[in-house]
Write a protein that binds this ligand. Structure first.
Ligand code: ZN
Length: 448
């Protein structure tokens, strides 16, 4: 009994010592890479519960004026709406105590870096990414007595957010409360981006549910060609969006620069209520009406710049600020998704973006992101064609995974006949099993 206790306390004592060499190795690599002087010091921190990035920056000794500057230089590249506890910060100071580099990472494979250019005094942004692998797996099973789909998927090691995504997609087609039965079949294809041993991103490529009462349903993940496109979502094989009807997005891309609620104003630096969300957009990008309605304001003021407001059928109102151009006038009737202007930088802003606000029928400002928003009720044209191609890929991938399951079984049997076959032969044979499917089979763990 004594020995393990001693061992434990020894480890406990050694623990801080074990950390020091690692940190100094990381530091010396980093000093070499960036050519900083040896006197530069890096402080490490992380986002704590209830903290915004601003408070976290102060915890690594960055003053509030500089913190505001850094947040503004990161706004277009980091989605502040996705900040989470444990996100990592690094602040490097020179021997005069001035900040020369700041790094922020939301997962171990990616780093957003801003460095001071001493000549210009500007902060330059760069993005550093480690190699990661996409790995795909199928989860399938039958609903058991006393269990739910949620529980079964959680037991398979899926993150709660991924399980929610699956369930939300199926909820639009299946009334679980009434129609789910023991023995119903489900199948989920998940692609996981891995770095070292952690999953840093998951995509639900395919969701299926079949039962006597519930019927058969399939949903496919469509990924739009453009990054952060609002069209990227789950659809039926005919291109029907699997999200109940809601507002259309005002932009075809969604990157939130600044969320709803209390924040430090990027221009004044004062704590203020932000009654909307700021969406990234280049000057000239089309701005769409989020629903049918009557234009109740189309004018200019020094804060909102070029501004359009629309009253919808249910009495709710949507607001669009800082437009470069307005293409509707007061009194016009607009259809859902009609273009009402373009993104700009008019009014009191630091750069081009769309400020999008929403009022309830009762007249209270609300976070528009809490409304259900859809890109489209149905994919059409090139997007629909691309969905069909992606569906074919997803089905192919599932066939490959079936084959590799069989092949893995074959490989397990082979070692017994070791003297008869060389290792090379085993693998050639394994690939023969898959024939033309082999390429996608390998693609499961393809680098990105
Ligand atoms: Zn705003």
């Amino acid at each position: 009994m004594l020995l393990p206790t001693m061992l434990k306390s020894l480890l406990f004592l050694l623990f801080p010592l074990l950390l020091i060499p690692q940190e100094s190795i990381a530091r010396s690599n980093f000093v070499q890479k960036l050519g900083f002087s040896k006197k530069d010091k890096t402080k490490f921190g992380e986002l704590k519960s209830g903290q915004g990035l601003f408070q976290a920056l102060q915890s690594v000794s960055i003053d509030s004026a500089l913190a505001l500057k850094l947040i503004n230089s990161l706004r277009d590249d980091v989605e502040f709406s996705k900040l989470k506890v444990g996100d990592k910060l690094e602040a490097t100071f020179n021997d005069e105590g001035e900040l020369v580099r700041f790094a922020f990472s939301q997962n171990p494979a990616e780093k957003h870096i801003v460095k001071l250019n001493k000549m210009t005094g500007n902060w330059n942004y760069s993005f550093q990414e480690e190699k990661t692998f996409w790995h795909t797996r199928v989860l399938e099973g039958q609903l058991r007595a006393g269990s739910t789909l949620q529980q079964d998927l959680l037991e398979e090691g899926l993150k709660p957010s991924v399980v929610n995504e699956v369930v939300n997609v199926l909820l639009l087609k299946v009334n679980f409360r009434l129609n789910a039965r023991v023995g119903d079949n489900f199948k989920v294809l998940v692609s996981e981006r891995r770095f070292n041993k952690s999953v840093i991103e998951s995509k639900v490529l395919y969701t299926a549910y079949a039962g006597k009462r519930a019927g058969s349903h399939e949903a496919f993940y469509y990924e739009d060609a453009e990054k952060s496109s609002t069209f990227t979502a789950h659809y039926t094989k005919d291109g029907q969006a699997l999200i109940s009807s809601g507002l259309r997005y005002p932009l075809s891309h969604l990157h939130i620069r600044s969320g709803f609620g209390w924040r430090l104003h990027p221009v004044t630096g004062q704590r203020a209520m932000h009654r909307g969300v700021d969406l990234r957009g280049k000057t000239g990008t089309a701005v769409h009406a989020v629903a049918d309605g009557r234009v109740i304001e189309a004018n200019f003021n020094e804060f909102a710049g070029n501004k359009v407001a629309i009253r919808h059928r249910d009495g709710s109102k949507s607001y669009y600020y800082h437009l470069a151009r307005r293409s509707v006038k007061k009194g016009d009737w607009v259809n859902s998704y009609q273009i009402i202007g373009t993104v700009g930088a008019t009014g009191r802003v630091t750069g081009p973006h769309l400020h999008f606000g929403f009022k309830t029928p009762e007249g209270a400002w609300m976070n528009p992101l809490n409304k259900r928003m859809i890109a489209t009720p149905k994919l059409t044209g090139l997007r629909l064609k691309s969905l069909k191609d992606q569906i074919a890929d997803i089905r192919g991938l599932m066939i490959d995974l079936e084959i590799s399951k069989v092949a893995r079984y074959l490989l397990q049997e082979i070692p017994n006949k070791k003297d008869e076959f060389s290792l090379d032969w085993e693998f050639t044979d394994f690939y023969k099993v898959g024939e033309s499917k082999i390429n996608t089979n390998i693609a499961q763990s393809m680098e990105i």
